[in-house]
Design a protein around this ligand. Sequence first.
Ligand code: GEK
Length: 243
Amino acid sequence: MSKIDSLFSTQLDKIADFSFDENVASVFPDMISRSIPGYPLMIENIGRIARQYAQANSVIYDLGCATGTGTLSMAKHIEQSNCQIVGIDNSEAMVHQCQQYINQYHHQCPVKIEHADITQYPYQSNTSIVLMNFTLQFLAPEDRQAMLQSIYDALLPGGVLILSEKIQHTSVIGDELLINLHHQFKSDNGYSDLEISQKRTALENVMLTDTYTTHESRLTGIGFSDVVQWFSCFNFMSLVAIK
Ligand code: GEK
């Protein structure tokens, strides 16, 4: 059972860079649903998108699966025969927590969870869907192009990448507006100003966001034939890139 997130609630002398350790894994479902506007809605609809794009006899990856919420939503919705979902994360604590959640459910579509670095993983060429739900933003910016290229190479014709990210707005005023709305959202969900500011500092060096234009042009440059933004709320968005 996920605990309430209070990791940044007391004043810290030194704020270390955010890492997906045991403390984070144990509160993660609460942390992510109180931090990302529309997260439950996105998860539910990721399942629907997966149902639409899953191809029979194919592999579906959830990269940076964390506690497996996206994996489980896809497993619940996919009806095509002989599909296999593979969730991958390089945090041991997340993989452990994820496996425990996965064990509680049984869906027609089998699920395997692996502890690995998604930038080094040998993806199978019969891939119909890759989900990256708020994971690309944690890769070093210089590794993002190669990561997306290897996803594109693994995808079958008609295959899709579902990519959700926190984004930067192009103007300073617009960016400020979205950041303030996001802070209000977190505050309305019970986070104090201290928690919001300490977490922001912890994430400063490890989560570097791109603009929507950067995402779109990088994906079309790689060869995706269409990029469709299907969700957006404040500075969070999700898109489907179709091969
Ligand atoms: C969800 N998708 O709930 N290799 C593997 N995993 C990685 C790597 C890497 N190189 N870098 C980061 N991660 C989830 C939420 S959280 C997003 C994803 C967030 C993993 C990291 O360990 C963490 O579990 C995940 O990516 C990002 O829908 O916390 O905002």
